[in-house]
Design a protein around this ligand. Structure first.
Ligand code: KG4
Ligand code: ZN
Length: 336
């Protein structure tokens, strides 16, 4: 087995093209992102065909930029890592095909990575790395799930959402209030000026004996509130803060319950919603009160990025794993 000092990571599963160079599995030499948010915003959500075309245009210039900003040459790369699942199939295929072309041309190993596994590893990009095993909470636009993370490539799914993902609820509620797409960051900002106790929105499945999540009822409750009260602009911060509190409280309570049940002393947050300020604050506070060490990756490591792809790949490469050029995208493959 060779050494994998320099890993090039490529991410194109959704609406962000990203490319990063990671040294020795720890040192991020560069991490570049080309966001397509503006292309999709006028449609109120991600349009798959638009995403594929944007990835195609962005990918190679971004690879060149990541290599240049890392202060290396393309030939110096030791392995090419790419998100192969899950995501939009056309979007994934752009990254996978590009990675295969690079691996073939450079005669370097290729490795496909599961996007969810990468999110779960993002906290290990920070100086203070969580030791295995740990509880992993993924909260993104497409997923809301708890995992028992036992080691690189060793996970068991603890619970999942039964309907919407937390990020999806943020995006839908933002749309209802006319706040545009994506909604998470806008709600986060408005909520900072509001009273989180102003409106009591439901906490789904809080008292049931399950670690599963559900966010569609909360979304409906917000819609009903908007229909019945016809709030004005000045009321939005209170609605945002109250909605945000309902999401954060359920996520944190279920995570702590899971940590206790599975006897895990460390808890890692991941995914776009993990960038949320109230969720971060409540997680730290509740973790501390329950003797659980909380690991919060920087917001730029929470949202989609390629450094997390590179670190997940590095760990797998060290275990002797890689793919050959027949590797394909697997749009629907989840993490168990
Ligand atoms: O992980 P991510 O970048 O992409 C997926 O894999 O889905 O997550 C995107 C989601 C979006 O729903 C976005 O609204 C949400 O993360 N998000 C936030 C915040 N920043 C991004 N939600 C709440 N608060 C934030 N600060
Ligand atoms: Zn993601």
């Amino acid at each position: 087995m060779g050494s994998f000092s320099l890993v090039l990571g490529i991410e194109s599963s959704c609406d962000e093209t990203a490319c990063a160079v990671l040294k020795d599995g720890t040192e991020m030499l560069s991490s570049e992102i080309a966001s397509q948010v503006e292309e999709h915003a006028r449609f109120g959500g991600v349009v798959p065909e638009v995403a594929s075309r944007q990835h195609l245009m962005a990918l190679f210039p971004l690879v060149r930029r990541a290599v240049k900003n890392a202060g290396i040459k393309l030939e110096d790369i030791d392995a090419i890592a790419v998100t192969r699942a899950p995501g939009l199939v056309g979007a994934l295929l752009v990254g996978v095909s590009g990675a295969k072309a690079l691996a073939y041309a450079l005669k370097k190993p290729l490795i496909g990575v599961n996007h969810l596994e990468a999110h779960l590893m993002a906290a290990r990009l920070e100086d203070k790395k969580p030791e295995f095993p740990y509880l992993g909470l993924i909260v993104s636009g497409g997923h809301t799930a708890l995992y028992n993370v036992k080691g690189p490539g060793e996970f068991t799914l603890i619970s999942n959402t039964r309907d919407d993902a937390a990020g999806e609820a943020y995006d839908k509620v933002a749309k209802m209030m006319g706040l545009g797409y994506p909604g998470g960051i806008v709600i986060d900002k408005l909520a900072a000026k509001g009273n989180k106790k102003a409106i009591h929105f439901p906490r789904a499945m809080m008292h049931k004996n399950t670690l599963d999540f559900s966010f569609s009822g909360l979304k409906t409750a917000v819609r009903q509130y908007l229909d019945e009260n016809m709030p004005g602009e000045d009321d939005l911060p209170d609605i945002c803060a109250s909605f945000q509190e309902a999401v954060a409280e359920v996520l944190v309570k279920k995570a702590v319950k899971a940590a206790r049940q599975y006897q895990l002393k460390r808890w890692v947050l991941a995914g776009g919603v993990a960038a949320n300020s109230r969720l971060r604050e409540l997680s730290l506070e509740t973790g501390k009160n329950n003797g659980i060490e909380v690991f919060l990756p920087k917001p730029e490591f929470c949202t989609d990025n390629a450094a997390m792809i590179a670190i997940a790949a590095y760990q797998r490469l060290k275990l002797g794993q890689s793919h050959d050029l027949r590797m394909n995208a697997a749009a629907n493959e989840s993490l168990f």
